[in-house]
Design a protein around this ligand. Structure first.
Ligand SMILES: [Mg+2]
Length: 406
């Protein structure tokens, strides 16, 4: 009937039924009490009261930094290990901005901080913001009793890991033996590093870097994905030559063949090879990612939730990548935030997490529940937040540290 009315007549008819400008009825005193209880358990009224950067030292002098966010309740947020560059910015800048804030309003805080400093678009500033964002997500999880991946809408409790083989010998027999061993351990995906040679060594170096690919394919057969990371050590002609000769061995991707700043080189390499091109561990925020995706420069985004802006930003990056049909496989210098974001996304967007075999063997020494793949698969816990709990038996000393101006 409304379709046959004029606009003014239609609005008047709504007003006459009370549908316009109707105020909600006020709660009774008893209902108000109940509302207060429910709202407190939902985190309403919770405020940040302080931050602490904890420096943990083990009995064998290993050290790690964790960020704790304190509130006016007995619930705290915890995240780590965090990089020292991030810790410094949290201590010197973000801490004072956090006090008194609603810890659930992570998007609002992120946006305010990104506008708060003219150098906020990268580097150590956004590493600090990432640490805060991740600790706030942990706090949100602890307030609600839910793991972060569930808060993000995820349903997967397991995520597949790829073996990241930094530091292993590339002597041919040792290389093939380790690749076969990892396959036997259940890893269906392995990444190897081709960063020790490059244009400086002349044309023979390309042949040697192609031979690494051939040896690995020979060792694992056709059904294991092989990825290669050149960590900025090549130039475009070297990358083009390597890609042309490596294509028959079907690498799943070539990572950071040239410096990430060189967008044009990524565009040309992506145009010239069938091997997917990856980068992103040095992306800061969704805007860096957008430039590469819009230009068709990469097919795999490796944004790191401890460097790109935290869980909040990585989720936005996943949405952006899904529009372009690209994968997001976060850089794995740390795992908690990466695992939870990957588990929150469709496998078609986030198929894998990186597991740096050598680094991770000691990285989480202070934690009771250390993330570790079994048969190449990581299982997320049901503990609230990121589920981080300290193992007191591993801690010789905990200090709250500060970086002061001298
Ligand atoms: Mg890398």
């Amino acid at each position: 009937m409304a379709a046959h009315m004029g606009r003014r007549q239609f609005l008047l008819s709504l007003a006459s039924t009370g549908a316009v400008c109707s105020w909600p009825s006020m709660p009774t005193a008893q209902a108000a009490d109940q509302t207060t209880v429910n709202r407190t358990t939902q985190g309403v009224g919770v405020k940040v009261t302080g931050i602490e950067i904890l420096k943990l030292t083990s009995h064998n002098a290993q050290q790690a930094l964790y960020l704790k966010i304190l509130t006016n309740t007995d619930v705290q947020g915890l995240y780590g290990p965090i990089d020292q560059e991030a810790a410094l910015f949290v201590d010197r800048f973000f801490g004072s901005h956090l006090i008194g804030q609603d810890p659930l309003a992570v998007n609002a805080f992120w946006d305010r901080m990104f506008r708060a400093d003219r150098h906020s678009r990268g580097s150590h500033f956004i590493m600090g913001l990432s640490a805060v964002d991740n600790a706030l997500w942990d706090l949100r999880g602890r307030l609600t009793g839910l793991p972060v991946y569930r808060l993000l809408g995820g349903s997967r409790q397991t995520v597949r890991a790829y073996a990241s083989c930094l530091g292993f010998s590339q002597e041919p027999a040792a290389l093939q033996a380790k690749a076969r061993e990892l396959k036997q351990q259940g890893y269906q995906h392995q990444k190897w590093f081709v960063r020790d040679r490059g244009p400086k060594q002349g044309p023979a170096a390309v042949s040697q870097d192609v031979e690494v690919v051939r040896l690995l394919r020979e060792a694992v057969g056709p059904d294991v994905d092989l990825m290669f990371d050149a960590y900025w050590q090549w130039d475009l002609p070297y990358a083009l030559a390597w890609a042309k000769r490596a294509e028959p061995y079907c690498p799943r991707w070539i990572e950071e063949p040239v410096q990430t700043a060189n967008l044009e080189a990524f565009i040309e390499l992506s145009r010239e090879t069938s091997i997917p091109v990856a980068t992103g561990e040095h992306f800061y925020s969704r805007w860096d990612v957008h430039k590469f995706l819009k230009a068709g420069a990469i097919q795999v985004v490796q944004a790191d939730p401890e460097w790109c802006g935290g869980v909040s930003e990585l989720v936005k990056i996943c949405t952006l990548a899904s529009v372009h049909g690209a994968h997001v496989i976060p850089h794995g210098h740390s795992l908690h935030a990466a695992m939870h974001v990957v588990a929150s996304q469709p496998v078609e967007v986030c198929p894998l997490v990186e597991y740096l075999i050598q680094k991770m063997s000691t990285y989480y020494v202070f934690e009771k529940f250390q993330p570790h793949p079994v048969n190449g698969v990581m299982t997320l816990s049901d503990r609230p937040g990121f589920g981080i709990e300290f193992d007191d038996s591993k801690i010789k000393d905990i200090k709250v540290v500060h970086w002061t101006q001298s």
